[in-house]
Ligand binder design. Sequence first.
Ligand code: AMP
Ligand code: MG
Length: 309
Amino acid sequence: MGTVLRAEVTAPDRAAALGAIQAAFDSVSAVDRVLSTWRDDSDIARLNHAAPGDTVALSPALGRLLDEASRWSRRTDGAFDPAVGSLVDAWDLRGRGRLPVPEALAAARRTAGLGQFWFGRDDRSAFRRSAGAWLDTGGFGKGVALRAAVAALRSAGITAGAINFGGQVAVLGGGPDGSGWPVPVADPARRSVPAALLRVRDASVSTSGQSERFVVIGKHRFGHILDPRTGRPAPAWGSVTVVADDPAVADILSTALFVLGPDAGLTWAERQGDVAALFLIRGADGLELRATRALRALLVTVPSTDSGG
Ligand code: AMP
Ligand code: MG
């Protein structure tokens, strides 16, 4: 997936620790073979590259994951939708960036969205309806891989450890002193500066924002998170961090809440009841923090609410 995975575990001896970490890496490689859109031989690539209307057999793993992603897409009213591939192309977000002409944007919007895909019974087969449509797994693949890595560590008997996969963190146990693993949340404008500190146990922390990955077109920066409702990159309002037991859910929801934005996103998250989300909103007078009730229980320090700018 073109990123770095770091793992630290507590084990009875070095051999046990290395074996567990190797198993975690192997499980991430297995997810990569299912979900990567950066290689031509993955399960998802076979669907994404198939001729429109040609039914493709899905591996059980891919079928389950696409079903899971589709459910979250419906639950977030389409804010999360991996079928943004045609929009990624229109804006050339994997290249140097391009402002699409209105006709190109309209065409890309017509071929975006999960409605462009047909899924067979039990999600064992699928086809795409048009040549421009493809599924971009960037919004949930890391979380799925982390979930597999955590499961691999647990199968190897590990109950204490931490994994960082390209910025998304998953922890096992309650941290070195039992009070929860400290996980800093970066200021979205100055990523080396922590804006808040969380303490989490047996959970994953995922942050979505537009400041890490973007293209520059003219004088404007466009982030890589697309709003499927407009077909445009979502505005760079700040960042949202989600803490969830399941790393895939943390990943999916941070992307979805970023698209929904700090107002509708906070409302949506509170309505779910148990979604732990922290919104860092960049404004003229610095950084505004908004947290759901579930998140506030994990928030240990807020250095200063006007530390941004
Ligand atoms: P994340 O960094 O987890 O928020 O995911 C962002 C990535 O997800 C982008 O680089 C795209 O690959 C993909 N993506 C962009 N917009 C969406 C969206 N609205 N729903 C799902 N995936 C998206
Ligand atoms: Mg995500």
